[in-house]
Design a protein around this ligand. Structure first.
Ligand SMILES: Cc1ncc(COP(=O)(O)O)c(C=O)c1O
Length: 461
């Protein structure tokens, strides 16, 4: 008979890479796509934009990365130095969750909450601050929804001696005072959005004095400030190609960790706000799939209150509410869409990364929507088995993961599931408080509201 202890020693829980196995290159999916995604357009001419159109907002190195067809891009030494503060991040096998679900599925999660700010966002804020500092930029502006991206940029700016100014969506500013304090501790200035600091913010406040804000409005405010000053530029936390490129360190590490585990995923799941943690994990696996070396299903999960991929229209739209950005071909709910103030602030964006939207159109990824209460139920289940309290955003991925694992319980299938656990909830605990007290509601987007905001999408002639 086995010693009782042995029942608990059923295999490895963490797959850890050494610092010197950290990837030194990002992976560019554009190099391997069978069909290229449609280009961004200039809103005045409807012609594809050129590098000069983006120069007021981004440094040359990032503009080049936005369009490069190079398969791999070297990660600069100063960026690797900062990455080493928390990378490589662990890959976990969720053995305790598997047992609780009584599933034959093998569940793995790649945990990005080990970064100083608690999410995947510094994977791109650090290189963005680095390239701007190299270019002599003195100040970066940005928006933040969950507060995760704002803290990540504030931390990165502190690392490279650049000032940082953040417009935090009003709903999140009120729900998450500690995120603001975190940004201020790193030295950033933080405004609630809409704010009186910008023309875009003042216009919204005039019409809707009680506006809870949106990422689209906050982007307008940050872009307006950056465009008005030569020494200031703008940093975006998701959506664009260069952001997704930087996030591929997640997937590159995970591939190496799966080699250690001698396993191969059958299903990847990640939550999508603008698409960066999902793309960061998925793209290196998609490269392997396109090359015929594995064949995982890749599934994006979004909130029922902001169902961009599943119910949005695939068309050219602005990235922000005021219409200051180039037109991006993407799944959109309409650039003036104000999502319900659900707790997953990072998933409340009207659009989806053009690259992720394109993959969806090409049938290379799947998508589904899940309502808030099911997500929190999965988050609580995960916390009570694995210990980590997931940020409200990745509870969407976990809900899809639990659903699949329970399906495997019925079918007996030993499916290998990999999920992106892109952040922890230490500063989002009021959201869990609301759920535990029964105050969280499911507010699916109505057809009328969707039709109203889609009516504002520009018509290209
Ligand atoms: C923890 C966390 N997860 C996910 C997201 C969504 O962004 P993305 O889809 O770019 O990963 C955010 C955005 O703020 C976030 O903070």
């Amino acid at each position: 008979m086995n010693h009782p202890q042995e029942a608990h020693m059923s295999g490895r829980t963490k797959y850890l890479l050494d610092e010197d196995s950290m990837p030194t290159q990002w992976y560019n999916l554009l190099a391997d796509l069978p069909v290229a995604p449609p280009p961004p357009l200039h809103p005045g001419t409807n012609e594809p934009i050129g590098p000069d159109d983006l120069a007021p907002l981004f440094p040359q190195a990032l503009i080049a990365q936005e369009v490069t067809e190079q398969r791999h891009v070297d990660i600069p030494g100063p960026v690797l130095d900062v990455y080493r503060l928390w990378r490589p991040s662990p890959l976990f096998r969720a053995r305790r969750l598997e047992r609780a679900l009584d599933t034959p599925a093998r569940i793995y999660y790649k945990y990005e909450g080990v970064s100083p700010v608690g999410s995947h966002k510094p994977n791109t804020s650090v290189p963005q601050a680095h390239y701007n500092a190299e270019d002599g930029v003195r100040r970066l502006t940005t928006e933040t929804g969950a507060g995760q991206w704002g803290s990540a940029l504030a931390f990165a700016c502190a690392s490279f001696g650049v000032d940082c100014e953040v417009w935090q969506v009003r709903a999140s500013y009120d729900q998450k005072p500690y995120r603001r304090l975190m940004m201020e501790t790193y030295g950033a200035d933080v405004h609630p959005s809409p704010s009186k600091e910008t023309a875009a913010g003042r216009a919204i406040l005039e019409e809707h004095p009680e506006s809870t804000g949106s990422l689209g409005i906050a982007i307008s405010e940050a872009v307006e400030q950056a465009a008005a000053d030569d020494t200031t530029r703008y940093a975006l936390g998701s959506v664009l190609n260069h952001v997704l490129l930087h996030q591929t360190v997640i997937g590159e590490e995970a591939l190496r960790q799966f080699d250690m585990a001698e396993d191969t995923p059958d299903l990847l799941v990640g939550c999508t706000g603008g698409g960066s943690n999902f793309g960061g994990l998925a793209f290196p696996f998609l490269r392997e799939k396109l090359a015929g070396r594995m064949s995982p299903v890749i599934r994006a999960v979004e909130p029922a209150a902001c169902p961009t991929l599943t119910r949005g229209r695939y068309t050219y739209d602005f990235g922000d509410t005021a219409g200051l950005t180039p037109l991006l071909k993407m799944h959109t709910l309409g650039h003036d869409f104000i999502p319900d103030p659900i707790h997953a602030g990072g998933l409340r964006y009207h659009g989806m990364s053009p690259l992720i939207s394109h993959l969806y159109e090409q049938g290379l990824i799947e998508a589904r929507e899940i309502a808030q209460q099911d997500c929190f139920a999965a988050g609580v289940r995960f916390a009570r088995t694995e210990g980590i309290i997931p940020a409200p955003e990745p509870t969407h991925a976990l809900a899809a993961c639990v659903e699949e694992a329970l399906r495997c319980r019925e079918s007996g299938e030993e499916k290998v599931i990999l999920t992106a656990l892109c952040g922890h909830a230490h500063l989002d605990l009021p959201a869990y408080g609301a759920y535990l007290s029964g105050a969280v509601r499911d507010n699916a987007l109505s057809e009328e509201d969707l039709a109203r905001s889609l009516a504002e999408v520009p018509h290209l002639g």
